[in-house]
Design a protein around this ligand. Sequence first.
Ligand code: IPD
Ligand code: CA
Ligand code: CA
Ligand code: CA
Length: 268
Amino acid sequence: TDPLKALKAELLDVALEAAHRAGVFLREGRPDDLAVAATKSSAVDVVTEMDIASEKLITGFLGERRPDDGVLGEEGASFEGSSGVEWVVDPIDGTVNYLYGRPDWCVSIAARKDGETLVGVVHAPMRGETYRAALGEGAFLGETPARVRPAPPFGQALVGTGFGYLTERRARQAEVARHLVPKVRDIRRGGSAAIDLCDVAVGRLDAYYERGLNPWDFAAGDLVAREAGALTGGRPGEPLSGELAVAAPPGLFEPLQGLLEDLGAWHD
Ligand code: IPD
Ligand code: CA
Ligand code: CA
Ligand code: CA
C-alpha cells in the first residue's frame, strides 16, 4: 500500500479522536460562570481557562499517539518533532462565541508535512458536526462528501468575513466591508474562521475572506474548502496566508480576490 495514503489515514484518525475528546470536554465542562482569563494582542483578544485546558488535552493526546511529531498551538504549544509531521491546533476557534454561550465554535486540528497540509479536522460540537479532509481524497461533513455551491453572480453572493483583534486593523476591515456590502447579497460574521471555511465547503456561504488570520485558524478549514472544490488564496497570485485569506468556488473567487485587491483588503 501507498505509505503516504497510510500516513494520512493514521493522522486523520488521530485528529478526529483528539478533536472529539476536546469537544466533549469543552461542551460538558464549560463553567456557567466562565470568565475571561487574560487578554492578548488587544483588550478584545481574550482567552479563557478552557482554551488553555483544551490545548493541553489535545497536545497531551497527540504526544501519546504521535510522540515524534511537532506541534504549533494558539495558546503557546510549540515544539519541534523529528518525524517531519507538525500539528497545527486551535483549541477553541471562536472563543468569543464560546464565552457568550453562542454555538458556533469549534476545535480545529491539521497536520502538515513538508509545507503541505495532509489532513484537517474541524469539529463543531454544538452543531453536532465534524468536517474532515485529507489531501487529494476529498472533504466530508460527517459521512457526506462536502461540495461547494456553484458560483452565483457576484451580486448574489453570501460572503463570510471576520474582524481581527487589532483596533486599527478592525477599522480598516470595517471600511473594506462597507464597500463590499452594497455589491453582494449580504455579509456574515460568524465568529469562527475555521467554521467559515467549512461553510464555504458545504455551500452555507458562497465565499469567505479575512485579513490577519494565523495558521491555526485556517490550516484545517483551508484544506476542507479546497478538497470540496473551492479555490483558496491570498492576494492575486499568492497563497492563502495571514496577510489575506480568500475562499470561493471558481468563477466567484477571481472577482472577489480582484475586488479585495482594489479595496486594499490586505493592508492595515
Ligand atoms: C478568531 C476567530 C474569528 C476571527 C479571528 C480569529 P479565536 O479565532 O476565528 O472568527 O475573526 O480573526 O482570531 O481567537 O476565536 O481562536
Ligand atoms: Ca484566540
Ligand atoms: Ca482561531
Ligand atoms: Ca482559539
